[in-house]
Design a binder for this molecule. Structure first.
Ligand code: PEP
Ligand code: MG
Length: 926
């Protein structure tokens, strides 16, 4: 048993021994119930809903009772024993069931059979156990046959009991580890298959009564031989064996693993539901089925389900026979030829349809229901909130809100951010992905899926793109020179880098699939070797950028539906609820337009240096490089003069694309080494333009190289050493704004100073800003140009001295990429090489570059907001690090009283949802 489980079991011991159990069994059936649907903690999901269906809704539910989760906790805390009164209480409840059903458990004439099923608080599909037909013994079998006049049915029920009981109670719960993974269920299944083969039968229903009787005898003998124990021939022994096995299954290996993945507390325990059996396998007027009140795949408001005539529940899910559709709507390619329940049992179908409508109206949600029809009578066996995919979740929430079934706050909680994300990107076909083997894992930097042929440099990516071929650009790491190739590729895969590395930032901004930091991959001479596999240029690979999984080969894809009306309608519901504003990080007019489509309310980060990336930016980039390698004021001024028109025009276009909304323009913050050309051709051209020798240029480039560029000459430091760099940018902003204002376009620029650590830096820059502002006012004849000046908070010292920073700064924008880097001391570009070990060994719970580390980085943010707003009460506060698109971080920002979050265009819908959910969870007024 893993340590975590041992510990939680100990914790459970302490709790339960302190607490006494007042009521351990809850009855339901015949229009009455001790419990109700709100008692999931005590009765488990299944038990609570059975009580609700029977007691509140008066639906036809076979009578039964639920043994509470507290008994399970007691059982584990007390060496697998029960509270002293349990046997008596179970017997009393069994009596009530007997009375209601008119049968007696263990009776030779009119025996009652029961099912025993687990039912945890939160559903754990397939993880725990069910035993049907409990109570069939050599004594009760003749009574059952006489009563049902159906020997075949009775032996069919008996062989199922032996199989389930031997597997669940006698093997698994007894802790027997079968040899070669061949458990008793498999052994018995093979026996059944042998008979069918020998007789030439296709389905179980073809077995005759005599064959089934012999099979049961054979099953019992086999159980004895294999498990060295007799199959119990006493109804009560069977019942208590089954109850104990369900409690034992709570700590079965599968169940523990599932809970660890789903983060379900180990101390919750499961309830046990004992319920009188109804049979879908008594003949042609009986059936069993599973249905959803709406289509869980599309969200359409159509009753949707499958059923099987003459079968028990497990047959529908087991896939032995192809289930038939319950109605026309539910037909699919496999079931097209089969008769619907509506056709063969119209009256029962109408009753079922009435019940499903009643259930949805009652629960205000889509439900998954299980039913059985015994000799033409309908019984409800289960109902629970149904699982659904992203598209269906969005459609159902929107439809239910529109039809006033739920309010806006409920609607926004019905869709998880991950489900919404499903709608925004093409993804790998889940079926194809499941069948494929993961060849390597990296960090999930850009969501969605992609399949393409491997290329190793930007030029090849462009060549593939131009030839109409899909490719995936594989690099050690990327830099701005790769950007056009990155744009041309379907996806990007790098061996190095973290979640905020260049490749990750750029890809996410484009909504492109990207995996970074895939450290297992070795790239040499255009060959990847990874985990014993060799991949060459032109080979197909597929990526799941949401998980960070790499596959060899071309997997099928599923399209995204970003522009669909239902999605947009759903996001409008989110907007009714949220209080945070959602901005975007965008550097081009195209990205701004895309972000507006997704509902962005401004730009929270326009990185000036990003205008030097991508298509059509060659001239601007060339001038920027000239500026970077300039060695004198004159040279730099000349380069800036050439750069100015590019800057102004780009800023103007972006301001215009965001008309009516604020645009935060950040002063240039280029990691200089990234912008120095790497290839000889570009270096040569640059030397010519500067009229210096190649060797001289190499020397200058070498002089720019820093040992620690992330903490080097960047951000505001550039503006301090080269005031003319700030001056040029600010002039471009003011002139562009003035021109747009004259064109009657509403623009609201916010000038943002990055990488500051003291308020004096901001004051220094504000002197330049003020001077240029006045010069532009004079030149344009304008009285004022509305704007704000603020700073990024990306260095711990800035956060800790936020009261001083808020003196000159009118707004703060948290640059949590750098703030995380500086707080942890983890390089944002190199974390990929060790993060895996940190996560695998539970040193860190998750990548701090993905979701804000609330304890450390979060504390700096709390301090900064508090101190900043003390000094300047109306201080505007936002975030523009990559965390601005992470749902949990958005929630954190809401809690800290931020005005807005800013994220890449494709994350805007997720942020709108997360901001609305934060209001529901933590409150907040519009
Ligand atoms: C940050 O540091 O969070 C930020 C947004 O700036 P950049 O990623 O450009 O350093
Ligand atoms: Mg930064």
């Amino acid at each position: 048993m893993p340590t975590a489980v041992k510990n939680t079991t100990k914790a459970a011991v302490r709790k339960t021994t302190k607490k006494t159990i007042s009521k351990s069994v809850y009855y339901f059936g015949n229009g009455k119930a001790d419990g109700n649907g709100s008692m999931k903690e005590l009765l488990g999901g299944k038990g609570a809903n059975l009580a609700e269906m029977a007691g509140q809704l008066k639906l036809p539910v076979p009578p039964g009772f639920t043994i509470t989760t507290e008994v399970c906790t007691y059982y584990w805390a007390n060496k697998r024993t029960y509270p002293a009164s349990l046997a008596k209480t179970v017997a009393e409840n069994l009596k009530m069931v007997e009375k209601n059903v008119g049968r007696v458990f263990g009776d030779a004439k009119k025996p009652l059979l029961v099912s025993v099923r687990s039912g945890a608080r939160s559903s754990m599909p397939g993880m725990m156990e069910t035993i049907l037909n409990v109570g069939l013994t050599t004594e009760t079998i003749p009574g059952m046959i006489a009563d049902t006049r159906n020997e075949r049915f009775v032996y069919d029920a008996y062989r199922r009991l032996i199989m389930m009981y031997a597997d669940v109670v006698m093997e698994k719960a007894a802790g027997i580890e079968p040899k070669d993974d061949k458990g008793i269920r498999k052994v018995l299944d093979e026996k059944l298959a042998q008979i069918k083969k020998a007789r030439g039968y296709k389905t179980d229903t073809e077995l005759t009564s005599e064959e089934l009787r012999k099979l049961c005898a054979d099953f019992k003998a086999t159980v004895k031989t294999v498990l060295k124990k007799e199959f119990p021939d006493n109804a009560n022994d069977q019942l208590w064996g089954a109850i104990g096995a369900v409690f034992a299954s709570w700590n079965g290996t599968r169940a523990i693993a599932y809970r660890n993945i789903e983060k379900i507390p180990h101390e919750w325990g499961t309830a046990v539901n004992v319920q009188s059996m109804v049979f879908g396998n008594t003949g042609e007027t009986s059936a069993t089925g599973v249905a959803f009140t709406r289509d869980p795949g599309t969200g359409n408001n159509n009753f949707y389900g499958e059923y099987l005539v003459n079968a028990q529940g497990e047959d529908v899910v087991a896939g032995i026979r192809t289930p038939a559709p319950i109605n026309e709507y539910s037909r699919n390619d496999q079931s097209r030829h089969l008769e619907t329940l509506h056709e063969i049992m119209p009256k029962v179908y109408r009753e079922l349809d009435g019940i499903q409508k009643k259930l949805e109206k009652h629960y205000h949600d889509m439900l998954d229901i299980e039913f059985t029809i015994q000799d033409g009578k309908l019984w409800m066996l289960q109902c629970r909130v149904g699982k659904r995919n992203g598209r269906a979740a969005v459609k159902m929430a929107t439809d239910m809100f529109n039809s006033k079934m739920i309010d806006a706050r409920t609607a926004v909680m019905r869709v998880t951010p991950a489900q919404l994300d499903e709608l925004l990107h093409p993804v790998l076909d889940p079926v194809a992905e499941k069948a494929a083997k993961v060849v390597a894992k990296g960090l999930p930097a850009g969501p969605g899926g992609a399949a393409g042929q491997v290329v190793f440099n930007a030029a090849d990516a462009i060549a593939y793109f131009n030839a109409g071929k899909k490719c995936i650009l594989v690099r050690e790491e990327t830099n701005p020179e790769d950007v056009t190739g990155m744009r041309a590729a379907e996806a990007i895969l790098t061996a190095r880098g973290g979640m905020t590395s260049h490749a990750a930032l750029v890809a996410r901004g484009w909504g492109k699939c990207c995996i970074v930091g895939c450290a297992e991959m070795h790239i040499e001479n255009k060959v990847i070797t990874v985990n014993g596999v060799t991949i060459r240029e032109g080979d197909w690979i597929s990526l799941n950028g949401s998980k960070g999984h790499v596959y060899v080969g071309k997997l099928d894809m599923m399209a995204a539906g970003a522009n669909d009306k239902t999605l947009l309608d759903f996001l409008k519901i989110c907007d009714r609820v949220r209080t945070l504003k959602i901005r975007t990080n965008a550097d081009t007019p195209e990205d701004s337009a895309k972000a507006r489509e997704f509902g962005a309310e401004g730009i929270g980060l326009f990185r000036i240096e990003h205008m030097f990336y991508g298509k059509g930016s060659d001239d601007a980039l060339f001038n920027l490089r000239k500026m970077i390698v300039s060695s004198s004021l004159d040279e730099r001024k000349a380069a800036l003069k050439d750069l100015f028109p590019f800057m102004k025009s780009d800023i103007k276009k972006t301001l215009k694309a965001m008309a009516g909304y604020p645009v935060t323009i950040r002063m240039i913050d280029p990691p200089l080494h990234e912008f120095v050309p790497h290839n000889a051709d570009n270096l040569k051209k640059l030397a010519e333009a500067l009229r210096i020798s190649y060797a001289d240029l190499e020397k200058r480039a070498e002089g720019l190289r820093e040992n620690n560029p992330m903490m080097g000459h960047r951000g505001v430091r550039l503006g301090i050493t080269y005031p003319e760099v700030t001056e040029t940018q600010v002039r471009a902003i003011f002139e562009a704004t003035a021109e747009l204002l004259k064109e009657k376009v509403t623009v609201l620029p916010e000038i943002m100073i990055p990488v500051t650590c003291t308020h004096v830096e901001i004051e220094n820059q504000k002197v330049i800003i003020k001077r240029v502002y006045e010069e532009v006012l004079k030149a344009t004849g304008m009285k004022k140009i509305p704007h704000m000046v603020g700073t990024m908070i990306e260095i711990p010292r800035a956060a800790l001295t936020a009261d001083e920073m808020a003196g000159p700064a009118e707004f703060f924008s948290f640059g949590t990429n750098d703030l995380t880097q500086m707080s942890f001391g983890f390089s944002r570009d190199d974390i990929g090489s060790f993060l895996g070990d940190y996560l695998n060994r539970n040193i860190l719970p998750e990548d701090p570059f993905q979701s804000i580390d609330e304890k450390g980085v979060g504390e700096l943010i709390r301090i900064a907001v508090r101190k900043g707003r003390t000094a300047r009460p109306n201080l505007k506060v936002g975030i523009c690090g990559e965390h601005g698109g992470d749902p949990r971080s958005v929630e954190f920002c809401h809690q800290q009283g931020f005005n807005y979050v800013s994220c890449s265009p494709f994350r805007v819908p997720i942020a709108r949802l997360a901001a609305a959910q934060a209001v529901v969870k933590h409150g907040g007024k519009k």
